[in-house]
Design a protein around this ligand. Structure first.
Ligand SMILES: Nc1ncnc2c1ncn2[C@@H]1O[C@H](COP(=O)(O)OP(=O)(O)OP(=O)(O)O)[C@@H](O)[C@H]1O
Length: 702
C-alpha cells in the first residue's frame, strides 16, 4: 500500500471509532437519564462511566460498604484498566487540592478523602484473594459540573469531562475475561445498598449493558475465579518479558500488603518473584504514605530497569519511589549534606597497587596467593566492607564465605597492607567506594532526624556490604514497614559476606518470609543451573546454612537447554551465530548473550556487528523493549530475565596460579555462583557453548 493509502485507512478507522464512541455515549446518556433520584450532575457523570459498560467494563452502583451498617460506596468500575473505587461529588463550590488538603470554598474536605481511601482498602482486600495486586485498585473522586484533573496523594480528582478520557488512557492490566470475574467477586463483597437513592431504571441497567463485541465471548460457566491469575500469567508469557504483572499469587499479595512491625526480609531461590513482590510493595507503600520510598540495589543498571517497570505498573506513585544504586545514592546524599568526598576508583586502585608493592608482595600473603587480587578483596569486602577499624576485631573475625583459614601472621600481614593502603589513599586525597558508604553512614547516624524516607527497600541485598546495610537501616531504623531486605544468599556474586545480626537487624518470626515457587525457569533450565551449584552449600544472610540443591516448586512450562561443544573458538562462534539466526530476528529482543569478562563482551560486540545482529548493552538497557539482542556480563544480568539466554564459552576460565588450595576453590565457587545466576536468567531456552581445544593451542581470539 502507498503511504497516502495507509494514512487514509487510518483516518477512516479513526472516524469509525469516533462514530462508535458517539453512539455508545448517546446510549449511556439515555440510560443515565433513567436513574431515579440522581441529580442532573450525577447523571452526567454516570453517563461518562456507563459509556465504559458498552465497552466491556462493569459498573457497580451504590453498593454497601461491608463491615459498616449504613455507609455506601458510590461506584465500583472494573475494566481492563483495573478497579476504580469512585466517589461522585456534586459540590456547590469548586474543589481545590493544595498542600495535601482538599477544600471546597472555605471548608476543608479531607474527611471525604479519608473515607474514599478507607473503602479503597476494603476493595484491595477483596481482590487480593484473587491474587490481584493493590496497585491495580485506584480511588477516584469525580466532580459533577467541574473541570478538574488533579491528585491528592493516591486519590485522583477528575471533573466530569476529564473522567472518561482519563480512564480510556489507562493501560491494560486485566485480561478481558478477568473483568467479569472480578466484578462478580466485588458484587458479592459489596452488596447492593438497600437505601439506594440512585437506582438504574428498569430494563437495561448498567449491569445489563451488552459486552464489547470485540471482547472474547465471556462464558461465566467456563471461567472460574481461581483461573484468573493463570489466564493473566499465560497472557504475559506470550508478551515481551518486559510486560508487567497485575496478578500475583495470593501469598505474594499478602506480603505486598503486610504490616510489619519492624525491618523485614523476603528471601527465596532464583526466579521466585522476590523482585515482583518488592516492586509491588514499593508501589503499595507509596500509595499508603505521603513520604518517599528508596529502592536500592548494588548494580547500577538494575535501578533503571526497575524504575521503568514501576512507572508502567503504577505511574501515579512512580515519582515518589526513588530507584538508585547504593553508591550513587550515597554520593548524592553526601552532596546534599555538604560532606566533602572525592570518589576516585582508579586512583584508589593505584594506591592499593603501591601499598601491595611496599607491604604485600614480600609478605607471607604472597606465599598463599601471589596475585594481589585476593588481598584487595579481603580489604574491600572483609575489612572495609564490614566497617572494621581495629586489628583486634579483625584478628578473630569470622570471614563469611572466605574459605582460607588465615592464621595470625597472615592477618597481621593483611592489616599492615590495609594500613598502608589507607595511608597512601589518604595522602592522595581520594576515597574508594567503601569510604563513600562509611561517610554516609556516619552522617545518617549523626543526624537521623533529617533522613527523608518513609521506607527503604534493598533488592539483591546479598550483594551489599555490611556497612551498606547498616546505612540503609540507619535511614529508617526499626520503624514499622521501614526496611525491607530482599535477596538470596545463593546468588551472592561478590566475595565476602555478612549476617543481618552483625547489622543489628532482627527479622525473626513473621518478618522473615521465604518464597518457594519458581515462576521463571523451565524445569530443564533450572535443573541444569542447580547442577552447577549442587555441591555448594551456602550461608544465607540470616545465618542459615542451606544446601546448594534446593527444593523449589516449579510452574510448568516447556523449555530447552542446548549444549554446543566446539573444537575451536571460531567453530564455537559460528555455532552461536547459527543458533541466534535459527531462532530468528523476532526472538532477538527477548534474547541475551551473557559473558564472563569485559574482554569477551568486546569480542562478541565486534562479532555481532560483523554479522549484522543488532545489540543493546545491558549497561544501557532500561527495561523498555528494544529490537536488539542484549549483551553484558553475568554480573550485569543480575535481577533481569530473558526468554532466551546464550552463554558462550561458559565453562570455568583458567584461574591465576595460586598455592593455596582453599583460595583456588573459593574462586571456583564464586565463578559457579556467577554462572548459576547467568543460567537462571533464562526463561524458555538456554544455550551453553564450550570449546574443547585448550587455550593457546587454538588461533588466538581475544
Ligand atoms: N505469581 C506469579 N505468577 C506468575 N509469574 C510470576 C509470579 N510471580 C513472579 N512471576 C514471574 O516470575 C519471574 C521471576 O520473578 P522475579 O524476577 O521477581 O524473581 P526473583 O525471585 O527476584 O528472581 P532472581 O532472584 O532470580 O532475580 C518474573 O517473570 C515474574 O514476572
Amino acid at each position: 500500500m502507498v503511504a497516502g493509502g495507509s494514512a487514509s485507512a487510518r483516518a477512516q478507522e479513526a472516524r469509525r471509532c469516533e462514530r462508535e464512541l458517539r453512539e455508545q455515549l448517546r446510549a449511556a446518556q439515555r440510560e443515565a437519564r433513567r436513574w431515579e433520584a440522581a441529580s442532573e450532575g450525577e447523571r452526567r457523570v454516570a453517563a461518562q462511566l456507563l459509556l465504559f459498560t458498552r465497552r466491556g467494563w462493569r459498573l457497580l452502583v451504590d453498593r454497601r460498604w461491608p463491615g459498616t451498617r449504613s455507609a455506601n460506596v458510590d461506584m465500583l468500575l472494573v475494566g481492563p484498566g483495573g478497579v476504580f473505587v469512585i466517589d461522585v461529588k456534586n459540590w456547590q463550590a469548586a474543589p481545590e487540592a493544595a498542600d495535601g488538603h482538599l477544600t471546597a470554598g472555605p471548608q476543608r474536605r479531607d474527611g471525604e478523602i479519608g473515607k474514599l481511601l478507607a473503602v479503597t482498602r476494603v476493595a484491595e482486600g477483596a481482590v487480593a484473594s484473587l491474587g490481584m495486586s493493590p496497585v491495580a485498585v485506584q480511588p477516584l473522586m469525580v466532580f459533577a459540573g467541574r473541570s478538574v484533573d488533579d491528585r491528592l496523594g493516591r486519590v485522583r480528582l477528575l471533573g466530569e469531562r476529564e473522567v472518561a478520557p482519563a480512564l480510556m488512557a489507562e493501560r491494560t492490566r486485566i485480561p478481558a475475561a478477568g473483568v467479569r470475574a472480578i466484578a462478580d467477586h466485588l458484587e458479592a463483597v459489596f452488596p447492593a445498598y438497600e437505601g439506594s437513592s440512585v437506582r438504574p431504571g428498569a430494563g437495561d441497567g448498567p449491569e445489563a449493558a451488552p459486552a464489547d463485541p470485540a471482547a472474547p465471548a465471556g462464558d461465566d460457566a467456563l471461567f472460574d475465579v481461581g483461573g484468573l491469575g493463570e489466564a493473566a500469567v499465560e497472557a504475559a508469557r506470550r508478551g515481551p518479558v518486559e510486560q508487567w504483572m497485575t496478578f500475583l499469587h495470593p501469598d505474594q499479595v499478602a506480603l505486598v500488603r503486610r504490616n510489619w512491625s519492624g525491618p523485614a526480609r523476603v528471601s527465596g531461590p532464583a526466579g521466585t518473584g522476590k523482585t515482583v513482590v518488592a516492586l509491588h510493595r514499593a508501589a503499595h507503600l507509596a500509595q499508603r504514605t505521603t513520604g518517599r520510598i528508596l529502592y536500592v540495589t548494588f548494580a547500577s543498571n538494575l535501578p533503571r530497569v526497575q524504575n521503568t517497570f514501576l512507572r508502567t505498573m503504577s505511574p501515579a506513585v512512580a515519582d515518589r519511589v526513588e530507584f538508585r544504586s547504593l553508591h550513587s545514592w550515597a554520593q548524592r546524599f553526601l552532596d546534599e549534606r555538604h560532606i566533602p568526598h572525592h570518589l576516585h576508583g582508579d586512583r584508589a586502585e593505584d594506591a592499593f597497587s603501591r601499598a601491595w608493592v611496599r607491604r604485600g608482595r614480600q609478605s607471607p600473603l604472597s606465599s598463599l596467593d601471589p596475585s594481589p587480587r585476593y588481598w584487595h578483596e579481603e580489604i574491600d569486602c572483609v575489612i572495609k566492607g564490614r566497617g572494621i577499624t581495629r586489628f583486634e576485631e579483625y584478628a578473630t573475625l569470622r570471614r563469611h564465605r572466605r574459605r582460607t583459614n588465615l592464621r595470625r601472621p597472615h592477618r597481621e600481614a593483611v592489616w599492615a597492607l590495609y594500613e598502608e593502603y589507607e595511608r597512601v589513599r589518604t595522602e592522595r586525597g581520594v576515597h574508594d567506594f567503601n569510604d563513600i558508604l562509611s561517610l554516609a553512614l556516619a552522617e545518617a547516624r549523626a543526624r537521623p532526624g533529617r533522613n527523608p524516607y518513609a521506607a527503604v527497600i534493598a533488592d539483591e541485598v546479598q550483594d551489599l556490604t555490611l556497612v551498606g546495610v547498616r546505612l540503609l537501616h540507619a535511614l529508617v531504623g526499626d520503624a514499622p514497614n521501614g526496611l525491607l531486605l530482599v535477596g538470596d544468599g545463593q546468588q551472592a556474586v561478590y566475595p565476602g559476606g555478612f549476617r543481618l545480626s552483625d547489622a543489628g537487624i532482627d527479622v525473626r518470626g513473621d518478618r522473615g518470609q521465604v518464597l518457594r515457587t519458581n515462576y521463571r525457569n523451565a524445569k530443564e533450565i533450572l535443573d541444569a543451573a542447580l547442577t552447577v551449584v549442587a555441591e555448594d552449600a551456602f550461608d544465607d544472610i540470616d545465618g542459615t546454612r542451606t544446601a546448594g540443591l534446593r527444593e523449589v516448586e516449579l510452574t510448568y512450562h516447556d523449555g530447552q537447554v542446548t549444549r554446543s561443544v566446539s573444537r575451536t573458538p571460531a567453530e564455537h562462534d559460528a555455532a552461536l551465530l547459527a543458533a541466534l539466526r535459527a531462532r530468528g530476528p523476532r526472538s532477538w529482543p527477548d534474547s541475551a548473550v551473557l559473558c564472563r569478562s569485559k574482554r569477551e563482551i568486546g569480542h562478541y560486540r565486534r562479532l555481532f556487528a560483523q554479522a549484522g545482529i543488532p545489540l543493546c548493552s545491558l549497561e544501557r538497557y532500561d527495561g523498555h523493549p528494544v529490537e536488539a539482542v542484549k549483551l553484558g556480563s553475568y554480573r550485569r544480568a543480575k535481577g533481569l530475565e530473558f526468554k532466551h539466554v546464550y552463554l558462550p564459552d561458559h565453562t570455568s576460565p583458567p584461574l591465576p596460579p595460586c598455592a593455596d588450595q582453599e583460595i583456588a576453590e573459593e574462586r571456583e565457587e564464586l565463578f559457579r555462583t556467577q554462572l548459576f545466576v547467568a543460567m537462571t536468567r533464562a526463561r524458555d531456552t538456554l544455550w551453553l557453548g564450550s570449546v574443547t581445544t585448550p587455550r593457546g593451542t587454538a588461533p588466538a581470539r581475544r
